[in-house]
Structures are given as structure tokens and as C-alpha cells.
Design a protein around this ligand. Structure first.
Ligand SMILES: NC(=O)c1ccc[n+]([C@@H]2O[C@H](COP(=O)([O-])OP(=O)(O)OC[C@H]3O[C@@H](n4cnc5c(N)ncnc54)[C@H](O)[C@@H]3O)[C@@H](O)[C@H]2O)c1
Length: 447
């Protein structure tokens, strides 16, 4: 089938590559000429396991092409995905300017019936706004062409995006049009063989389903962080509590890990956006407001521990930091907890010596030229001359380090662990001070 994808980001590129892989004929359009040039040279703009060979082989086979030529894209696709960013506006609501710009572009160039598919995460009512925008442009241009707008939110997880798209849990289609439903069922049939994963519903419910899913996951994390903070004050160990409650199948073990807060391009902005959308219809989303507030506070947790340990003075200290990306298996630094920590440490005159398996280039791009940040080639070299070690991201490579080496290299022999990777009892056997999240240390000892 002839497919066009507008926006070659985490969602658009993965979606395009996966659709091409099963045989669809895909044109990807982006406004970023540099990104398009690089993709044509085989340079993939993001780190995502399995993505590079998938993009390269489908590009070489001619099943996916990259362009900034919007007209070419619109002419090509019978099905046109909108997968551009929906960043938070100043008040936290989703900024739809990129989505609506693509809607206008499609309307400007379309000469035949198009199915326009909203894959970006967009507030309830956006399909109506896209429909109105396309209709206005068509009317202004005196064009008599039909189209349909479908909501098809994306549920991929960064770090597992390719496998999530290849084997989705569900495919949500928000449409009342039988013709569009039929076409989308055909498009997705290669991913829908094991059992029917397609759930068809009205457009508004589909739009809300995406926010509800992300908000539920964010709620689980903030809830667990709240319990972790209580455990710390009560002298309990949240890791025991986690196992204790996870064993209840109504709760489950997934997504109840306490830590130094959630980040990324989705949870923070989607929780905020739903809160703002709720306000717009006269409803105060109190649970979601609390989810956001707890997360904001949680991202400062490691900094609080460090400041307490150093008696509120980290001036001149060198902090070894393992993990910069907002979660493992990605180089995405958007809203990463590491950024909150680094920026707070820098304000207090500390130096950061960091290592991440994939996010070094992105960190360099964001914090270019800072002399209080040193990006080190290995996790071991990040320890050189450091006073303490902090862990912000649970990469596999950090799970079983050489603790003797850490003890020998870190001046104050202390680990602040934002992801609870180690057992406190093992850390004392190695003679290391150890502070995890909610592990019963109500008062961090000072040096
Ligand atoms: N990243 C995720 O894990 C994820 C998961 C599910 C849903 N989403 C949602 O999908 C959407 C896209 O997210 P992303 O992370 O892929 O964004 P991204 O920022 O990685 O990519 C967006 C791309 O759109 C391009 N773009 C902007 N305006 C354009 C235009 N007019 N025409 C063509 N291209 C244009 C940008 O240059 C950029 O390359 C967002 O709404 C997001 O909330 C993201």
C-alpha cells in the first residue's frame, strides 16, 4: 500500500521502517533537511535497538524514501500519517502547531481521496480540528476532494520501539468510516495475525485512550515513589514492599519500580496536557496533578541526598554520574532526571563526570562547552578522581559493576542510586555507603 509519514522522529521513523519491512511503499517527509540528508547516507538520527539495519535495508530496497518535498509525499500516499511532535505549550497544554501545519500541507497538495491518520499524541477533539483545517484550505483553493481523519495513537516504548511496532499489544483505530477502517485493517494485517489486536472505537475515545494509558503508567510510578518516600521515613525497605504488593495479580509487578522520577518525551508532557485539557472543560484532574507534583519532587531526590551527605556544600566536588538518558536503551534526554540533577549540582559549584552507553552525543549537544561537565569514555573512567558515584539510569551495564574498583576510586566511598540497582547489605559488605530510593535510610549520614 502507498503510505506517507510526516515527521521522521522516534514514532515516524520506526513506523515507516516497520511498514516498509512488511512490503508497504513508504515516503517519509520531514522539514529537517539535515535529517533527510543523513538518512539518505545511512546515518540514523536516533538510537533505537534494531532500527539501523531495518531502515538501511528498506532504504536500499527502495521501500522507504526520505524527502523534504511535501507535495511528493502527499501525492504518493493514499494513507498519510501525521507523526510530528506535540510539545507542551507554555501552559502545559499540547501545542498543535506542527500537526495543524501538516494538515494544511496535505490539503494544499492533495488531488485525490486521502486517509489522514493522527499518530501523534493529541488532545481529544484534535481530529475535528484537523478536519476543519483541511476543509478550510480545500474550500479556499476551490478543491473538491474527499478525505477522512482517523485517530491511530502510538503505544511504542522508546528502547523497544521496533519490537513494539512489529508486535503491538493493540492497534487502536478511532473512526466511524467503514472505508477507512477497511484500509487500515489491510495496512496492519501483517501485525495482526496471532489474534485480532485491532480495537475500533469513536475518534474521541481513541484520542483519550492514549492519554489514559500514559497517565496510568505515570500514576503507577508516582504512587510507588510516594510509598518509597514513606518507606524511607518509616525505616521500611520499599523493595520489600514492592515485592509484597506486586504479588497481588490485581496490582502486578510491572511498572512499580521506585526511582528518581520519570522523564522522556511522553509521560511528563502527556500528564500535563491531560490536566490542562481537563481544566478547559471545567474539571480539576486532582490525581493527575498529584502525579505530576510527586514526579517533580522525585527528580530532586538524589540532589537532596547528596546535599545532605555533604552538609549542603558540594562546591568543588566531582560527582561521577552513570546514566544520562531518561531510561535505558535510548539516547533520548528529553526531561531526563539526570538533567535536573546535573543542573542543580552545577548551581552549587560541583563538577560532573558522566558516562552513558548511548546518550553522550546528545548530552554533548545539549550542554556543549560547559567546563563543569566531563563526558568520559567508560563507566570506570567516570570514577577517576570523583568524590561520589550517582546512578540515574538503569542500563544493564551498570547492574554488576566492580565494587572493589568503585571503593578504590571514589574518595568518599558512597553510591547514590536513583534506580535501586544494588542490595544495601551487599554494599555494606564491600564497605560502601549506599543510598537508594526508599530503602530505609531516613537520615543520610554526613561526611
Ligand atoms: N517518542 C515516543 O516514545 C512516543 C511514543 C508514542 C507517541 N509519541 C507521540 O508521537 C509524536 C511524535 O513524537 P516523536 O518522539 O516521534 O517526535 P520527534 O520530535 O522525535 O519527531 C518529530 C519530527 O517531526 C518533524 N516535523 C515537525 N514539523 C513537521 C512538518 N510540518 N512536516 C514534516 N515533519 C515535521 C520534526 O522535524 C521531527 O523530525 C508526539 O505527539 C509524541 O507524543 C511519542
Amino acid at each position: 500500500m502507498k503510505v506517507t509519514v510526516f515527521g521522521i522522529g522516534y514514532v515516524g521513523l520506526v513506523q515507516a521502517a516497520v511498514l516498509a519491512e512488511v512490503g508497504h511503499d513508504v515516503v517519509c517527509v520531514d522539514v529537517d533537511q539535515n535529517k533527510v540528508d543523513n538518512l539518505e547516507k545511512g546515518i540514523i538520527p536516533i538510537y533505537e535497538p534494531g532500527l539501523t539495519p531495518l531502515v538501511k535495508s528498506n532504504f536500499e530496497a527502495g521501500r522507504v524514501v526520505f524527502t523534504t518535498d511535501a507535495e511528493k509525499g502527499v501525492t504518493h500516499g493514499d494513507l498519510i500519517f501525521i507523526a510530528v511532535g506535540t510539545p507542551p505549550d507554555e501552559d502545559g497544554s499540547a501545542d498543535l502547531k506542527y500537526v495543524l501545519a501538516v494538515a494544511e500541507t496535505i490539503a494544499t497538495h492533495m488531488q485525490s481521496h486521502k486517509i489522514i491518520i493522527n499518530k501523534s499524541t493529541v488532545p481529544v477533539g484534535t481530529a475535528d480540528r484537523v478536519t476543519a483545517r483541511v476543509s478550510d484550505v480545500l474550500a479556499n483553493l476551490n478543491k473538491d476532494v474527499t478525505f477522512d481523519v482517523v485517530s491511530n495513537p502510538e503505544f511504542l516504548k522508546e528502547g523497544a520501539a521496533v519490537s513494539d511496532c512489529m508486535r503491538p499489544d493493540r492497534i487502536i483505530l478511532g473512526t466511524k468510516s467503514e472505508r477507512s477502517e477497511k484500509k487500515l485493517r489491510e495496512l496492519y494485517s501483517p501485525f495482526n495475525r496471532n489474534h485480532d489486536k485491532i480495537i475500533v472505537m469513536d475518534v474521541r475515545s481513541a484520542e483519550l485512550t492514549k492519554y489514559a494509558a500514559n497517565c496510568m503508567l505515570a500514576t503507577k510510578i508516582s504512587f510507588m515513589n510516594e510509598i518509597a518516600n514513606l518507606a524511607e521515613l518509616f525505616g521500611a525497605d520499599v523493595e520489600n514492599v514492592r515485592k509484597g504488593i506486586g504479588s497481588d495479580p490485581r496490582i502486578g509487578y510491572q511498572f512499580i519500580y521506585p526511582g528518581c522520577g520519570y522523564g522522556g518525551s511522553c509521560f511528563p508532557k502527556d500528564v500535563q496536557a491531560l490536566v490542562r485539557s481537563a481544566t478547559a472543560v471545567g474539571y480539576q484532574a486532582k490525581v493527575l496533578e498529584a502525579v505530576e507534583a510527586v514526579n517533580y519532587r522525585q527528580k530532586e531526590k538524589l540532589f537532596e541526598y547528596i546535599m545532605r551527605f555533604y552538609n549542603n556544600n558540594v562546591q568543588g566536588k566531582t560527582i561521577a554520574l552513570w546514566g544520562l538518558s531518561f531510561k535505558p536503551n535510548t539516547d533520548d534526554m528529553r526531561e531526563a532526571s539526570s538533567r535536573v540533577l546535573m543542573e542543580k549540582l552545577w548551581e552549587q559549584g560541583a563538577k560532573v563526570q558522566a558516562f552513558d552507553p548511548e546518550a553522550m552525543e546528545e548530552t554533548q549537544r545539549i550542554y556543549n562547552g560547559r567546563d563543569d561537565l566531563a563526558l568520559m569514555g567508560t563507566k570506570e573512567s567516570a570514577l577517576n578522581g570523583a568524590d561520589c558515584l550517582v546512578i540515574c539510569t538503569e542500563w544493564q551495564a551498570f547492574r554488576a559493576p566492580d565494587f572493589d574498583l568503585i571503593k578504590a576510586k571514589i574518595a568518599d566511598q558512597v553510591i547514590f542510586d536513583g534506580r535501586n540497582l544494588f542490595e544495601p547489605s551487599l554494599m555494606s559488605e564491600y564497605g560502601l555507603h549506599y543510598y537508594g530510593i526508599g530503602r530505609g535510610q531516613s537520615i543520610v549520614q554526613t561526611v
